[in-house]
Every structure is written in structure tokens, then in C-alpha cells.
Design a protein around this ligand. Structure first.
Ligand SMILES: *Cc1c(COP(=O)(O)O)cnc(C)c1O
Length: 401
């Protein structure tokens, strides 16, 4: 595991994020490379049987067997732990690998879990279908209502799962308030921090125990890799790692290397993404063809004050409603020339989806209405293109509505 020496701790604590993403992993390996080497080896040799016995006994050894750990994983984990302010981190083969491994490691039959009514679709499936199959009770609550969490707590509540901001309307959860009520009862708080990134939000500082990410989004940042990260204490990480080696959601050394490369520019990408998205959200709010814009950075967002309190920037994702129905919205999205119609978020390319079309494959219109997904909803993930080009593209597409 990546325990810091006292000397290292003093130096790293003085660094800002821009420096951490480039230098936090300097001391992790002692080879002479500047750019990290890719250790494309499934297994690692010990010098003798005594050393082998030591390696086999050490949890999360970075050079034993790649499902257990890998030198490139170790470097990414060091950077992520520093960014989230946790003792350590564990990389996985996808964001869902991070979430499912964390949940399966920390809850058992007879436990109770509190989660939100809005979650990333596959997380919602774990809550609705998978955990109940293993005898774990789940209560879903309205995330904007802190008292709903308090009322849902039972004597056997083991874990609270948060995700903020959350699809489709970027509703925000008060992490500090939920963590406060969980702490005195010994309940573990897990936060999916994918939509914020550690640059915009540090759940551990607000009292959360485990922070999970789809590193496929901002952390990788180039729409080219699939990865996940779990940031937490040494003690919880060791428990989660023991489950991780059985679940086997392993990150390939190549994708770990790409992720590390992406992380080097995360703070400056986030700075531009935050600025671009806020400018576009304000621009969209002023357009006559737009019914409503949902973005935590706008004064019109119902939880703007809370968002300002717990976030340092508001991220790439803007949700907005076009005046009209399914057809008008479909026409508008099809007329956009810059962002491809594609799921995902947080990369260099802007992406757009007609939300109702995305959910159409899995839900009926009736179910979408109940879930609060109107047919005129658009989700736009703002990338690093020039803001004037993005505005011009939106403006020309709005003319066809
Ligand atoms: C994408 C995403 C996930 C899943 O991550 P994968 O890397 O696709 O497995 C989980 N949570 C949120 C909020 C996401 O956006």
C-alpha cells in the first residue's frame, strides 16, 4: 500500500493539485524514467523463496501478480489518493468495477443500505436487483432532502451511497450533512464523485469514507479508456482489495498508463471545462427556444447555494429542456455539428445526447415520465473546444427547433 513517509508527507502537503498530478508519484518507483514505464507483465519474480513468501503475504503488493497490483496501478493510486485527500486508493477496470467491488466488500446479508432515487443506471440496478438478491435491504431516498436520509436510518444500516451531482437534472446531495449523521452511528458513507471530479469536490474533506470514480470520464479525460478508482482509508482499502482480487475487475497496465497520462492535465482541463460549461449554461438560459437549463453553477439551480458550498467548480454536464416535444428535441440534437451523439462525459470532445432517446431502450414513455425524464431533455457534456465555436454551433441548431 502507498503509505507516505514523513518527509514525503511534508513535501506533498505543500503542493497544489497542478503539481500533485505531476509529482505525487515521483517516489513510487525508483527506476530512472521520467515518463512512467508500462509494466506489461501478469506476474513478477521473487529473488528467492523467502522473498516470495513475503510478497505472497503482502496485500496489494505492486509486483506479485497484476490482478493483485501493478507498478503502474501504484503510481495512479498514489496520485488519486493525494487528489482526494485519502490514505490510499485502488484502481479497477471500470467505474462499475469500483462501485460493485466496494458494495460487495462492505455489506452482507441482513445489512441495510440507503441510496438515492437517482443514480447512474447500473448503480441503480445494483440497488434494485443485485443487493436484494443477496439479502441486503435497500431504501431509496430523495437526495435533495437531508431529513429523508435521517428518517431512513435503521439499526442495521451499514452503508449510505451518494452520487452528486446526479442525472438527469444535476440534483445535489449535502455530503457534509449526511456524513455527520452517519458518523455517530458508524455507518460507512460512499460517494460517487464522477460528475464532480476531485478538482471540483473532495467528499473526504466533507466526512465521506469511500470515494468512487468512473475514471473513464474526467480522470482519463480523452474518451479512450475505461477505468475506475476507489479512494479510502488503509483499513477499508484492505477489506475492499480482498474482494477486488476475487471479483477481478482489473485495470490493464496499458489503460492505467493512459489514465496516469490523463491525470497529468486534469486540473487545467477542469479549469477550462468549468469555465466553458458555465458560459454555455448562461448562454443557453438566454435563448428563446430553451425552456429551462439545469446546471449547479447557475443562480437558477434550486441548490445553487449548497453547490457553491461543497464544490469549487461545477463540471462539464449541462441538462436543458427544449421548448417542444420529442421531435423538436431530436431535430435540435441532430442539427448540432460539433458534439457527437454519444454517452459519457468529461473528455476533451463535447458530447450530446437526447436523454429520452438514451433511456428509450430500457424504459417506456410512462416509466420515463415517472422517473422525471421529459421527452424534451438534452444532456450536453462540454469539452475543450473554443467557447465561441460551441456557442455558434448551438445557435445554428436552435434555429431548426
Ligand atoms: C460512467 C459512470 C459510472 C460507470 O463507470 P464505467 O467506467 O462506465 O463503468 C458510474 N457512475 C457515474 C456517475 C458515471 O457517470
Amino acid at each position: 500500500m502507498n503509505k507516505r513517509s514523513h518527509h514525503e508527507e511534508r513535501i506533498l502537503d505543500s503542493f497544489q493539485n497542478e503539481t500533485l498530478v505531476i509529482h505525487a508519484d515521483d517516489a513510487v518507483t525508483n527506476d530512472r524514467t521520467v515518463a512512467p514505464a508500462i509494466y506489461y507483465s501478469a506476474t513478477f519474480r521473487a529473488h528467492n523463496a523467502t522473498e516470495f513468501a513475503d510478497m505472497a503475504k503482502t496485500p496489494h503488493h505492486p509486483q506479485y501478480y497484476t490482478r493483485y497490483g501493478n507498478p503502474v496501478h501504484e503510481r495512479v493510486e498514489k496520485v488519486m489518493a493525494e487528489l482526494e485527500g485519502t490514505e490510499t486508493a485502488l484502481v479497477t477496470g471500470s467505474g462499475m468495477g469500483a462501485i460493485s467491488t466496494t458494495l460487495l466488500a462492505l455489506v452482507s446479508a441482513g445489512d441495510h443500505v440507503i441510496a438515492q432515487t437517482r443514480h447512474y443506471m447500473s448503480t441503480a440496478k445494483i440497488m434494485d436487483e443485485m443487493l436484494p438478491r443477496f439479502g441486503v435491504e435497500v431504501t431509496l431516498v430523495e437526495q435533495a432532502d437531508v431529513t429523508a436520509f435521517a428518517e431512513a436510518i435503521r439499526p442495521n444500516t451499514k452503508l449510505i451511497m451518494l452520487e452528486t451531482p446526479a442525472n438527469p437534472t444535476l440534483v445535489v446531495t449535502d455530503i457534509a450533512a449526511v456524513a455527520e449523521m452517519a458518523r455517530s452511528r458508524g455507518i460507512i458513507v460512499v460517494v460517487d464523485n464522477t460528475f464532480a471530479s476531485p478538482i471540483n469536490q473532495r467528499p473526504h474533506d466533507l466526512g465521506a469514507d469511500v470515494i468512487v470514480h468512473s475514471a473513464t470520464k474526467y480522470l482519463g479525460g480523452h474518451h479512450d479508456l475505461t477505468a475506475g478508482v476507489i479512494c479510502t482509508s488503509e483499513a477499508l482499502a484492505e477489506r475492499i482489495w480482498h474482494t477486488h482480487i476475487s471479483i477481478g475487475a482489473v485495470l490493464s497496465p496499458m489503460d492505467a498508463w493512459l489514465l496516469l497520462r490523463g491525470l497529468r492535465t486534469l486540473p487545467i482541463r477542469m479549469e477550462r471545462i468549468n469555465a466553458n460549461a458555465l458560459a454555455l449554461a448562461e448562454f443557453l438560459e438566454a435563448q428563446p427556444q430553451v425552456e429551462r437549463v439545469y446546471y449547479p453553477g447557475l443562480a437558477s439551480h434550486p441548490q445553487h447555494e449548497l453547490a457553491k458550498r461543497q464544490m469549487r467548480g461545477f463540471g462539464a454536464v449541462i441538462a436543458f429542456a427544449i421548448k417542444g416535444g420529442y421531435e423538436e428535441t431530436e431535430r435540435f440534437v441532430s442539427a448540432l455539428k460539433l458534439p457527437p451523439n454519444a454517452v459519457s462525459l468529461g473528455g476533451v470532445d463535447s458530447l450530446v445526447v437526447h436523454t429520452a432517446a438514451m433511456w428509450g431502450g430500457v424504459m417506456t414513455e410512462e416509466q420515463m415520465r415517472t422517473a422525471g425524464i421529459p421527452t424534451n431533455f438534452v444532456r450536453y457534456s462540454v469539452g475543450l473546444e473554443h467557447i465561441e465555436d460551441l456557442k455558434a454551433d448551438l445557435l445554428q441548431a436552435l434555429q431548426v427547433v
